[in-house]
Write a protein that binds this ligand. Structure first.
Ligand code: C5P
Length: 232
């Protein structure tokens, strides 16, 4: 898969989600289904998105004992999404078990990527709450390298980290980057942001864009602006 813009469908219900997606009569966006929508609507929302022809990143961030993650990934593999994910903090045995569970009998599987440290976790939180005393950069790169060693396809990271991740893990290791904003726009709760054009320059493979598209006066125009800046 080449570079693409993934639209974060952070809505409460299928009704709201499809009212939004119905506006896109041309190119069908690659969509991200997160916990809020998945837990509200269940696997039916994934099947309906698929039926409508969208590529899907199922962002459920699994983190549990290896056997539970393996069995859950086995269930998710049946939903035929394009990308799904887990927390690298679950460690190598969990990540390897996830790959096993996700791989179908014919050897195919969705792409699997890892969350390293959440962008809501800063250095102070990591030290005080998690008792991790290494610098954030080092922790993120270490988790990315663990994910690569376990056979995962990439990581979710800040666009500011994408270049470094590619240096450490290779150009084909995917970087999926939220925290994208247009110039001169309110950044909301995202602290480390980049424009789609900057994310392209730094080498992100996929940008995940939520509110700059979902809350725009003209979501289709905002989406097309992202495509023009990032993909074309
Ligand atoms: O609205 P906004 O563009 O900030 O949405 C970004 C999306 O990416 C949200 O769905 C958010 O949960 C997700 N995300 C993030 N930072 C991470 C991981 C996921 O913003 N580290």
């Amino acid at each position: 898969m080449g570079k693409d813009v993934i639209v974060a469908c952070d809505f409460e219900s299928a009704g709201q989600t499809f009212a939004f997606l119905d506006k896109f009569t041309g190119r069908k966006p690659f969509v991200k289904i997160g916990m809020e929508l998945y837990y509200a609507e269940g696997p039916g929302i994934v099947r309906e998105m698929k039926r409508r022809g969208h590529k899907i990143f199922l962002d459920l961030k699994l983190h549990d004992i290896p056997n539970t993650v393996k069995q859950t990934m086995r269930v998710l593999s049946g939903l035929d999404v394009d990308i799904t994910n887990l927390h690298a903090g679950g460690a190598s045995t969990m990540m390897k078990a996830a790959i096993e569970g996700l791989t179908r009998p014919d050897g195919t599987r969705p792409l699997l990527i890892a969350v390293t440290q959440l962008t809501s976790t800063d250095q102070e939180t990591m030290e005080k709450d998690l008792l991790i005393h290494e610098p954030m950069d080092k922790v993120v790169m270490h988790y990315a390298e663990n994910a690569k060693r376990c056979g995962l396809d990439g990581v979710v990271c800040s666009p500011l980290e994408a270049g470094k991740v590619h240096e450490a893990c290779g150009q084909s290791f995917l970087t999926v980057t939220p925290g994208v904003r247009f110039e001169n726009k309110d950044t909301g709760d995202q602290k480390r942001v980049m424009t789609p054009a900057q994310a392209k320059l730094i080498g992100s493979d996929y940008i995940v864009v939520g509110r700059p598209i979902t809350a725009a006066d003209d979501p289709v125009a905002a989406y097309e602006r992202c495509i023009n800046e990032f993909v074309d």
